[in-house]
Design a protein around this ligand. Structure first.
Ligand code: GLU
Length: 289
């Protein structure tokens, strides 16, 4: 197994912005410091939002920043059967169920008074389990597939742990079932469109297929890491070390996410900003928090 192999795994659903540049550079620099490898992976399983021009721009922007990676690059849309096989395995283990709930159903169930439980805390978005227990044979077109988290945790057994080296969570973490129930719940692994899987399954499957030893990514994905660790245990996959880096914020302190109207790297490029200036800007944004 390679000593250090990491990846930058953007979804080609928009232009790369400063937050992406920071993520890619963090992974790149960690790989460089460890004498390891840096891979690019295109997470294009969301066929409704992924666009070829965004994918081309990802390559262009990263090359402009001074990064390079081995080709060919893994594109998730070319590996759907592998993800489907992982989902089938979890289903065969009796750990999944089909779910026909719409977002509106879930909202309604969450706000309905629950016996003895009071109302859910503000912002709780965890699936209430309406369809839990439905057999997989009852899957209808348009149903999603969820992981039965309680069963999955019981199946994997206690004491699952992972290592983290990031600034906010550095150390060894043992999975906490109660916390996972509260924060993650029965996650969707198979999407409504037949054959489409959710991000969690694809990312875990790819990290194993690519021999990723260190997952370097943003703090926004910290919360789902226990789920990824659990899926690795259930599927018998190797376990990487995680490093969740801080998120870059804009001048008003708002987190830069793709959905925000964040400034694209190409806009800085068009203004004549050099890669060195951009890196300096990112370093400053990181240290002024
Ligand atoms: N594709 C994910 C994103 O764009 C990143 C996945 C990961 O690094 O695990 O947010």
């Amino acid at each position: 197994m390679a000593g250090f192999r990491t990846r930058f795994a953007p979804s080609p659903t928009g232009w790369l912005h400063l937050g992406h540049a920071f993520s890619a550079l963090t992974a790149w620099e960690m790989a460089g410091a460890a004498g390891g490898e840096f891979l690019l992976r295109i997470e294009d399983i969301d066929r409704t939002r992924a666009r070829p021009e965004y994918e081309a721009a990802i390559r262009e922007d990263l090359a402009w920043l001074g990064l390079s990676w081995p080709e060919p690059v893994l594109r998730q849309s070319e590996h759907l059967p592998r993800y489907g096989a992982a989902l089938d395995r979890l289903a065969a283990m009796g750990l999944t169920y089909p779910c026909s709930c719409t977002r509106a159903d879930i909202r309604a169930a969450l706000s309905a008074p629950q016996e003895g439980a009071g109302s859910p805390p503000e912002g709780a978005a965890v699936y209430p389990g309406t369809c839990r227990g439905r057999p997989m044979s009852s899957r209808r077109p348009g149903d999603a597939i969820r992981l039965d988290l309680a069963r999955a945790l019981a199946h994997a057994g206690p004491g699952l742990a992972f290592e983290e080296t990031g600034p906010a969570h550095g150390g060894r973490h043992v999975l906490d079932p109660a916390r996972m129930q509260a924060e993650i719940g029965d996650a969707v692994l198979g999407r409504k469109e037949l054959g489409a899987v959710a991000y969690h399954l694809a990312v875990v499957s790819d990290d194993a297929a690519q021999g990723i030893t260190h997952v370097v990514r943003g703090e926004d994905l910290w919360e789902v890491t226990p789920l990824h660790r659990l899926l690795q245990a259930l599927l018998g996959l190797p376990v990487p070390v995680w490093h969740h880096h801080r998120l870059i914020r804009d001048d008003s302190g708002r987190r830069l996410a793709k959905r925000d109207d964040a400034r694209a790297l190409r806009a800085f490029r068009a203004e004549g900003v050099t890669p060195a200036e951009l890196r300096a800007r990112l370093r400053a944004a990181e240290t002024t928090r």
